[in-house]
Design a protein around this ligand. Sequence first.
Ligand SMILES: [Zn+2]
Length: 486
Amino acid sequence: MLKAIALAGSVLLLIMGATRVAHGDWISTMVRYERNLSAANDMAVGGAAPEPQVARRGFDFSFLTRRVKGRKALSRIREPLNENDLMVSDRHVGMDMTSELRAVERPAILELRKYATIESGDTLVKILNSQGLARSDVNAINQAVSQVFDLRKLMPGWPVSLNLDASIEPMAPGRLISLHFEPSEDVTVSVERTPTGFAAHRDETVYIEKLMIASGTIRKGFWKDAKALGLPDRVVANAMQTHECVTDFKKDIQIGDKFSILFDARLTEDGRIINSQKIHYVAFETRRGKREVFRYERKNATGYYDSDAKQSCAAAFSLIRAPLARPYRMSSPFNPRRKHPITGKIRPHRGVDYAASKGTKIFAAGDGVVIAKRTHSGGYGKHVIIKHNDTYQSLYAHMSRFPKNLRVGSRVQQGQVVGYVGTTGSSTGNHLHFEIKKYGKQIDPVKSKLPAGQKLSGSARQSFFIVRDNTRRMIADAEPVIAPET
Ligand SMILES: [Zn+2]
């Protein structure tokens, strides 16, 4: 009897979570709960075997201890649950509850969304066990997934999202409805419960690669006008970077100037440009003439050169000076001798602050490897450090959050998102604190000279001219980028 009261208590809890979405009155919810409960104990529909009923004298506390055990197993779940995580699965029930009858006939399954993070030494079995699933299910899921994905390649840090049946009695083993994880940007592995077991899928995004040319006229500013063509941030940032040392975007580029970008575009099947594999050529037609740069690959360093073989930037050293999506404004410059306004003490500011709204994308200033991704309550707050080469490192602080797949050890490309503007750590408002270190010492990201471009000579110069002329011919063959309709 008392056990029944405890059960009714958890039913009520479920009802509280369910009424918001169920549109039915609480009685029909109750009915569905009962139905789900019997399904959970029915091995024929994937449930666990019912617990043997043992007659006991006095009060049965076992449900309490089992609950605690279950909690402990779930303690690895990183993100706290909120009521939005509790949802009615539309795969299992049509939610137009126009008649109570239908609600009774077709049991709703409440799904609980959860996220786990793979830790070093984890196996899929370990993660599934931590969810308190039935052992036979764990084996079946593991078996299904291993047919589409080599489970030895699970990497620490990957998130795994799970949909569990929330209408299970607290004491019964958990029931997995589906789970998925993403081994890379392009691959998703998922497994779903089916009437006959578990079915796993591996979905690989198919990309189309083609040579494209994006041309436009400056109306608002290069960034906005290039974005309006449907180019992603990363491509625009990379295109700007090819001109960083030869063009001052504020002074040299004016309304009415024209631009063109020749690049190997990567597109989704429905024609959306998501990245560029290579930018071959970027040109601005300005009042003072044409400013062109051509990509030229050499053994050690790939760089961009003007039509006379003068290097635009030494690519290996080039870094974006303000690595974030617009709009932003510099709120505090680099100042190693900054004085505290009240105490008069020197409190150096060894980076640049860019004020921007919360969530503004922050880009990797250059190609490199993530060597730190930390969360501090003071100081830098959430920050990332990228090592570009033996000379340069960059740091991005006070982020609100990190991108999903960024890990220590991740290789990043210039212009790739490495975080989002926030105000974590010692910070009084949303801004990016950005540092560049050269040989371990901070330099002014805005004013420091980038290594001077050099002119190619001898055979390199001759082979550059071949590449240059070839690139010019490619422009004619490239497919024009057409702005998406808005
Ligand atoms: Zn700062």
